[in-house]
Write a protein that binds this ligand. Structure first.
Ligand code: GDP
Length: 455
C-alpha cells in the first residue's frame, strides 16, 4: 500500500462556516505539527489520539487562521492511520492555503476516495460498507439515507457473508468429495445441496428485488410532464419544485426548453422534465423543444400527462392520450378549482391512474404523491433491511444468482458433481467480490474513483 501521507480539503469547494483539511498517514501528525501551533504550547507530535487542540495555522511563519486540530492515532481513526483534521474557517482561500501548507510540509494530494480506500485496505471497512458511505453522502431523501446508513452498519455485508458461508459449507464437502471420490466422505449428494442453493438463490433474488425498489428512492426515476399548451404544465412544475422556475404565461407555447429538476414526491426521487407542449407547430425554435419532449417521453419511466379539466378535450389531448398508451402514466386533470368541463370518462378509460388537481392552489398534491408511491411500491421498501447501494453490488448478486441457476440445473440434470462445484464456486466468488474479500484491485480502484476527494 502507498505509505505516503495524504491531505485534502474534506468540505465542499464553497464558502461555509467551517472547512476541514484532512491529513492521513504515517507523517500526518508531524505534518500537522509543522503548520499548526496549539495555544497550550504543548507539541502536537506528543498528543494522544482523540484529542482536540485549539491553536493557529501557519504557512511559512505567516498566520493564516485560528483553528481546531483533531488528532487520531492509528489504528483508531477512519483510515486506520494516524490522522489530523484541521477545522478552520470555511473560506475557499483559507482551506486551500492550509492544504497547500500541508503539501509543502510533505503531504501529497489525496486521490478521490483515498481516505476511505485506505480504511478498506486497513481492514476498517469492507467494500459494500465503503460504497454505502458514498450512497449516504448522495442521499437526498430520508429513506435513501437510512438505507445507506443501514448498509454502513454492515447489515448487507453480514447477509451476503451468510449466503457465501452457506455455499462454502456445502462446497467444502463437495470439494473433498471431488478430490477424494474413493474416500468415504459420504452424504454429499444433490439432496443436501439443492435446498442450500435454492435458499441462497431466493435470498439473493429478494435482495435484488428490494434494490430495484430502493433505487427509486436513491437514484430516482426519469419522469416527464406532457400536455398541450396552457393546460398548466409549468404551474405544475412550479408546484412540485416549490419555486418559480418555468415561465408561466397565458400565451400558448412559452415553455420552449426541456427544464429538468430533481424533486422528491412522497419518498420517490424524480428527475422531472417540464417539456414544451407536445403539438405540431410552425415555430422552429418551439419545434426543437417539441422533438426533445417526444424523445424524453419515449425514455421516461413515468409520464405525468396534464389535461385542462376546465375545458372540453381537444384533438391535441387525444394525441397526448395516444402517445401515453404504452407508458406508465398518470393523467392529471388540472384546474380542479374550476368547474369540470372535460370528459373524465375518456381519460379514465385511457389511464390506469387519474388524479384531479389544481396546480395553482396545490389541491390534489397529496393524492398525486400517494399515487406515485403506489406505482413504485415505495411503501414496500424497508430501509432497515439489508440494502444494496450500488449497481456493482447488484451485478455481483445477479452473477451469483445466475451461477446458482447453473448449479441447480446441473444438479437436477444429473451432471457430475465437479461441474456443480465449479458453478457454486463461481457464485461464492461473486458474493465475496461484493463484500470486497475477493475483489480484484481494478474493481477496488473503480469503486473508490467514484468517491469525492477528501472522503
Ligand atoms: P403550460 O403552457 O401547460 O405550461 O401552462 P401554464 O402553467 O403556463 O398555465 C397556463 C395558464 O393556466 C396560466 O394562466 C396558469 O395560471 C393557469 N393555470 C395553471 N394551473 C391552474 C389551475 O390549477 N387552476 C387555474 N384556475 N388555473 C391554472
Amino acid at each position: 500500500m502507498d505509505n505516503r501521507t495524504i491531505a485534502a480539503v474534506a468540505t465542499p469547494n464553497a464558502p461555509a462556516g467551517i472547512g476541514i483539511v484532512r491529513i492521513s498517514g504515517e507523517r500526518a501528525i508531524e505534518i500537522a505539527s509543522a503548520i499548526f501551533k496549539p495555544v497550550s504550547g504543548a507539541p502536537l507530535t506528543e498528543s494522544k489520539g482523540y484529542r482536540a487542540h485549539f491553536g493557529d495555522v501557519y504557512d511559512n511563519n505567516e498566520k493564516i487562521d485560528e483553528a481546531v486540530c483533531l488528532v487520531f492515532r492509528a489504528p483508531k481513526s477512519y483510515t486506520g492511520e494516524d490522522t489530523a483534521e484541521i477545522s478552520c474557517h470555511g473560506g475557499l482561500y483559507v482551506t486551500k492555503r492550509i492544504l497547500r501548507a500541508a503539501l509543502d510540509a510533505g503531504a501529497v494530494p489525496a486521490q478521490a476516495g483515498e481516505f476511505t480506500k485506505r480504511a478498506f485496505l486497513n481492514g476498517k471497512t469492507d467494500l459494500a460498507r465503503a460504497e454505502s458511505v458514498m450512497a449516504l453522502i448522495g442521499a437526498s431523501g430520508k429513506q435513501a439515507a437510512s438505507a445507506a446508513l443501514n448498509t454502513l452498519d454492515g447489515n448487507l455485508s453480514r447477509r451476503i457473508k451468510k449466503c457465501a458461508d452457506a455455499l462454502i459449507g456445502v462446497c467444502a464437502s463437495l470439494a473433498a468429495w471431488v478430490d477424494y471420490p474413493d474416500e468415504d466422505i459420504a452424504d454429499v449428494g444433490g439432496e443436501d445441496m439443492l435446498p442450500v442453493f435454492t435458499a441462497v438463490r431466493a435470498e439473493l433474488a429478494d435482495t435484488v428485488r428490494r434494490y430495484d425498489c430502493g433505487r427509486v428512492l436513491t437514484d430516482g426515476i426519469d419522469a416527464v410532464i406532457v400536455g398541450k399548451p396552457n393546460v398548466g404544465k409549468s404551474t405544475l412544475m412550479n408546484m412540485l419544485t416549490g419555486f418559480e422556475r418555468s415561465i408561466v404565461t397565458d400565451i400558448a407555447g412559452t415553455t420552449r426548453d426541456v427544464v429538468e429538476e430533481k424533486i422528491i414526491l412522497g419518498e420517490v426521487v424524480m428527475r422531472v422534465a417540464d417539456t414544451a407542449g407536445i403539438r405540431e407547430t410552425e415555430n422552429v425554435v418551439e419545434n426543437i423543444g417539441v422533438s426533445l419532449a417526444k424523445r424524453r417521453l419515449e425514455r421516461a419511466e413515468l409520464v405525468l400527462a396534464v389535461f385542462d379539466g376546465s375545458e372540453p378535450l381537444t384533438a391535441e389531448d387525444e394525441e397526448i392520450i395516444s402517445q401515453c398508451r404504452q407508458k406508465r402514466a398518470i393523467a392529471l386533470l388540472n384546474k380542479a378549482d374550476l368547474p369540470l368541463a372535460a370528459d373524465r370518462k375518456i381519460i379514465a378509460d385511457a389511464f390506469p391512474y387519474v388524479v384531479e388537481l389544481s396546480a395553482s392552489t396545490g389541491e390534489g398534491g397529496a393524492e398525486l404523491e400517494k399515487t406515485v408511491r403506489e406505482i413504485f411500491s415505495a411503501d414496500e421498501f424497508d430501509p432497515n433491511s439489508a440494502c444494496l447501494t450500488s449497481e456493482r453490488q447488484r451485478q455481483c448478486c445477479i452473477n451469483a444468482i445466475s451461477a446458482l441457476d447453473d448449479a441447480i440445473s446441473a444438479l437436477q440434470g444429473g451432471v457430475t458433481l465437479d461441474a456443480v462445484n465449479v458453478c457454486a464456486d463461481c457464485a461464492i466468488n461473486s458474493l465475496l467480490e461484493l463484500t470486497g474479500e475477493r475483489a480484484a484491485t481494478a474493481v477496488v480502484d473503480e469503486v473508490f474513483s467514484r468517491f469525492c476527494v477528501g472522503k
